[in-house]
Write a protein that binds this ligand. Structure first.
Ligand code: NAP
Length: 271
């Protein structure tokens, strides 16, 4: 049976634009109060005022640059200590499309700081708070590139593969403690992300691109259905289930006392 999603306040990171702004709007319409997190104070202020006027919900703003440790700590404190918070949408993130040898190492580090380090710290603070408070919901925004390292940059797809593994492990650890965990793997979604990543969305095949509203509605439907992994575009869930079954079938062979036969050539030659 699915643990129902508790009313209460959701903290949404990266709420100043794109997918995060749509989550904020949809969650407010579902009756949740909100804490909106991002760097752009003006955009957050406009969205908060609009959502309060339209839905009557209490919408607060927390300005933070999630590549700055002190700012991440402030958001962690809020998640852990504010008893009204029952949900986290760990959405803030940046992309990358440059080849590794053409990439600025400081930009790669900043990508990992926001997509991996901040996401992990915020999930950890929320998980501790939610367990102490008797439950909660954590949504981690990954990407289909977690399953497709051939697309975009290795650092970006690697950061999103981390989010998938991390979320599956979190689910295993927290499900019996009343904490719901979902990883969402959007495909191409029409937001400012693509201009910032250096690949205008208009240059991509139109049949790949979903509007952010449809993507978030599908992700919330997956959350309502109790999914741990939601891939909004994937037509047949049986394909994901087969992928997971194949991964789990590797289990008995992954750690053994002796190397596989094909790696014991030296031994055979010496004999
Ligand atoms: P977006 O419109 O560019 O939104 C990114 C959000 O992250 C903004 O609100 C931005 O706010 C925030 N952000 C960026 N750097 C930040 C920082 N240093 N500190 C705090 N907040 C920061 O892109 P989006 O498409 O909505 O992306 C949202 C998430 O979806 C990301 O994790 C992305 O990887 C993932 N995703 C997107 C797609 C897609 O096709 N669009 C596909 C798969 C996954 P400020 O600039 O105001 O700080």
């Amino acid at each position: 049976m699915n643990t129902p999603i508790r009313k209460g306040t959701f903290l949404v990171t990266g709420a100043s634009s794109g997918i995060g702004a749509v989550y904020a709007e949809r969650l407010a319409r579902r009756g949740h109060d909100l804490v909106l997190v991002a760097r752009d104070a003006a955009r957050l202020g406009v969205l908060a005022a609009k959502l309060t006027a339209e839905t009557g919900r209490d919408v607060g703003v927390l300005i933070a640059d999630l590549t700055f440790k002190a700012d991440v700590h402030r958001v962690e404190d809020r998640l852990y200590n504010d008893a009204k918070i029952t949900g986290l949408v760990n959405n803030a993130g940046v992309g990358g499309s440059a080849k590794l040898i053409d990439s600025d190492p400081d930009e790669l580090e900043a990508l990992i700081d926001i997509n991996v380090v901040a996401l992990t710290r915020l999930a950890s603070a929320a998980a501790r708070g939610f367990v102490e408070r008797g439950g909660g919901t954590i949504v981690n925004i990954a990407s289909i590139v977690a399953l497709a390292p051939e697309l975009l940059s290795g650092a970006y797809s690697g950061s999103k593969a981390y989010v998938v593994n991390f979320s599956q492990s979190m689910h295993g650890e927290l499900a019996d403690k009343g904490v719901r965990v979902q990883a969402v793997l959007p495909g191409v979604t029409v937001t400012d992300f693509w201009d910032k990543t250096g690949v205008p969305v208009a240059h991509l095949p139109k049949e790949w691109a979903m509007c952010a509203g449809e993507m978030v509605d599908a992700a919330l439907a997956g959350l309502d259905q109790g999914e741990v992994i939601t891939i909004p575009s994937l037509p047949d869930i049986a394909d994901w289930n087969a992928y997971e079954a194949a991964r789990k079938a590797l289990g008995p062979g992954l750690s053994r006392q002796h190397a596989a036969e094909r790696y014991r050539l030296g031994e055979q030659q010496a004999a």
